[in-house]
Structure formats: C-alpha cells, structure tokens
Design a binder for this molecule. Sequence first.
Ligand code: PBG
Length: 340
Amino acid sequence: MTDSPRSPFDLSLGLVQRPRRNRKTDWARRLVRENVLTANDLIWPIFVVEGENVRTPVASMPEVERLSVDQAVAAAQKAADLSIPALALFPYTEPDLRDPNGSEALNPENLVCRACRAIKQAVPQIGLITDAALDPYTSHGHDGVMEGETILNDETVAILVEQALNQARAGADVIAPSDMMDGRIGAIRAGLDSEGFDDVQIMAYSAKYASAFYGPFRDAIGTKAVLVGDKRTYQMDPANSDEALREVALDLEQGADMVMVKPGLPYLDIIRRVKDRFAIPTFAYQVSGEYAMIKAAALNGWLDGDKAMLESLLAFKRAGANGILTYFAPKAAEMLKKSA
Ligand code: PBG
C-alpha cells in the first residue's frame, strides 16, 4: 500500500474517490438520480360494494374504503385527474350471492361488471383491470372450485375463461388472472380472441406467493371469515425463486402481455430476476398487509408515513418494476404532483 502515492487507504494523502461529492447538494442528487417514481407508475386497486353513495371503511386498512359504483366512478375521475393510468377492481360480494362454484362471477350484472360499464362511460380514458379468480364469489373463499379438499384446476380454468369474457364484455381493458391455476393464461387468451377481444390485454399474476400479507385484503372483500384452510396448493411457496421464472416463462408462452410479482417489498429479488431474464413489462403488487404495516406504524407515530410510502414505492422501480399496484396510489400521486 505504501508505494502508491494516492492509495485510497492512506487518508493522509487525501481520498480520490469520494462518492459523497455527488450527494452534496440537492441539484447534484437530482442529477445523478437513477430511478424516478411518477404517477404513471401507479395502479390503484379499489374495492366495490353494493349500494348508492356508500363508502365503508376497511378496519385493517386505514383510509381505504369499499365504494359503491357511483363512488367508484368518482374515484376513477380522481385517478384520471391525478394521471394514474389504471384502476384494478375487486368486489365485496354479499354473502348470499356466494356459492361453492362462484357463479356470481359469471353474472353480467355483477358488481364488477356494473362498475366497469359505469366507469367506462364516465371516465373512458382510464384503464380498467379486472381480476380473474373466483375467491370473491365462492362460499369457501378459494380461487377455484373444489372437490373435497382439492381445488380443481381444469374445471376452474373453464370458469375463469367465462369470467374473463364476462368482464371483457363489460368493458374491462385488462384481465388480470390472480388465481394461479395452471394453463389459465392460454385458455383465457383463446377465449378472448374467439369473441373478438384480441385487444384486451392480460396482466398475469405470474409469481403469486401463498402469503400472510393478504390478510387485510381478505377482510376487505369479505373472504377472511369463510376461507377454509390455505392456498398453498396453488399459490407459490415463499421459499422459491427459480420457480417464479418458470411461471413467468409459461405465462409469456401462453400470451401474457404483462406479468406481476406479488406480494411486493418482501419479493423485490423476484422482480429483479424476472426483469433481468425476460425484459418484459413487469409489475409489483404492494399488497394489503404491506399497506397496513406502513399505515399502522405511521398512525402510531413510529414512522413518517408519507416518506416511508414514497421510499417503498421507489424501491419497486429500483428493483426493475414498470409499475406498482398500491393502495397508496391516490396519496402518492397527490404528493408527486405537489413536488413536480
Ligand atoms: C385473490 C387475490 C388476493 C389478492 C388479490 N387477489 C388474495 C388472495 O390470494 O387471497 C391480495 C391483494 C392484497 O392483499 O392486497 N385472487
């Protein structure tokens, strides 16, 4: 070391490499910033409920409410005003409409379909993403139909195709299968194309893990109380990473336009691997439990909630995500607008 006059380890000779120089001022930090979060990166998941002028709070998700269709239209207007590109719709289905086969999913007058038509008419410029999965509609809370304790794959896929068609006919722009059945992307693609919905996109929940972080969502759509057992026979094992690449590859082969990793922050490594391997539009879902954690800490005064929110969202961009489904979407977009 001593024979080098500018050894970086010899402080008496002065450091050549000083990364702090680029952090010294606000302008320099902005100049070297590698990733940016904008409203264009946000997808806002909203919960729809029966009624008129209804907004019911979700206890485990502070500041999130279930919205009746008219209020969902207002939310869509707000999203458009904030330049949020798209909404993802999830229904709270009344218990008496749930059955073992989730047949309400195929009702052209179900909540999601009515919300799609109303929003499309009032706010045509916003993207509408609907979820293909049966859990909001089944009496047992699973994403598919059951025989005994088993979730049947192919029988479920056949219903999901009908569900996707029902949503596309109501005006959904993007079908997002969140069910994790094998082969559903190809089947839904074929179904959509056979009815002339060639332009309806598919955002596949490709790497969806069997996660404890979905708890508050199940509260919001009313499946928590009814869910029998867990979803580990179809959602992925949190221990696995190579398997996520296999799931993404399969979904792309079958026609997925965009893929998703879910949950979000605990799975940033998966987002990075997917993005590096496939270089395709890749989305992250910052799920209900992640939202609840940040909110709960903020409400206790343990965290600066706004800063933690923006930092968590930026982390998705750094990991390679093209966009984020997040319940923070309107709040984040408002803050980004103010700082722009
Ligand atoms: C189910 C579905 C879930 C979420 C979206 N779609 C939960 C589950 O698999 O039980 C979770 C979203 C969230 O937690 O915010 N098809």
